[in-house]
Design a protein around this ligand. Sequence first.
Ligand SMILES: C[S@@+](CC[C@H](N)C(=O)[O-])C[C@H]1O[C@@H](n2cnc3c(N)ncnc32)[C@H](O)[C@@H]1O
Length: 218
Amino acid sequence: MTTPPKETALEQRGAEGAKMYSPSTARNRDLIRDVFLQTMPREGEILEIGGGTGEHAVHLAGALPQVNWFTGDPDETARASIAAWIAGAKLDNLHGPHAIDVTTPDWNSTLAAPFDGVVSINMIHIAPFAAAEGLFAGAGRLLRPGGKLFLYGPFSRKGVHTAPSNEAFDHSLKSRNPEWGVRDLEHGIEPLAKENSLTLERVVEMPANNFSVIFRKN
Ligand SMILES: C[S@@+](CC[C@H](N)C(=O)[O-])C[C@H]1O[C@@H](n2cnc3c(N)ncnc32)[C@H](O)[C@@H]1O
């Protein structure tokens, strides 16, 4: 009996060999890049968690020539796609893919700290809450003081969904996996930030009821 592939994305992705194409990335990558350029360090070392297809890594590293961009994903198929995108992009500042699972204790210990930025796009709601806990714990250890953590995705605010479509999305996530779900920024995520010496710095409303959320390491 063959085991079905582990579900890591909610959309139907295109593929060309190992290289995967995400329809949602095609829609949001310019918007994310623009907020990223306004809010995140433009030089130094940045680590991406849950890189998925690798398209954001190529797009962001291409826009940040003074940054050394490191990317990774725990999923082998995702890493093959990231490797294919990196090979095609020919960017000197783009490195990886690393096999990083933020639910592994001390997952950051193999990486050369400190980092100026950590970024995770559309990851913490499509993973158990332990992934958010591990992400913040590792970011707290990896980031230099003043370094930034950038999250993108849907969030509820103070226990309330920001739109009926996000509430429906939350139900659909939980029906796929009871451990998944739209995270609450103030009640679920900010406490993790505080525990790990990070302060919520900025919340940027994005299309389709998503947010870019930026934390600063104290
Ligand atoms: C929905 S995809 C998003 C991919 C990409 N960031 C994007 O926006 O297109 C979520 C990714 O998070 C990764 N992921 C899930 N659990 C993780 C964990 N514990 N540690 C690191 N990455 C994880 C998955 O393998 C998957 O590639």
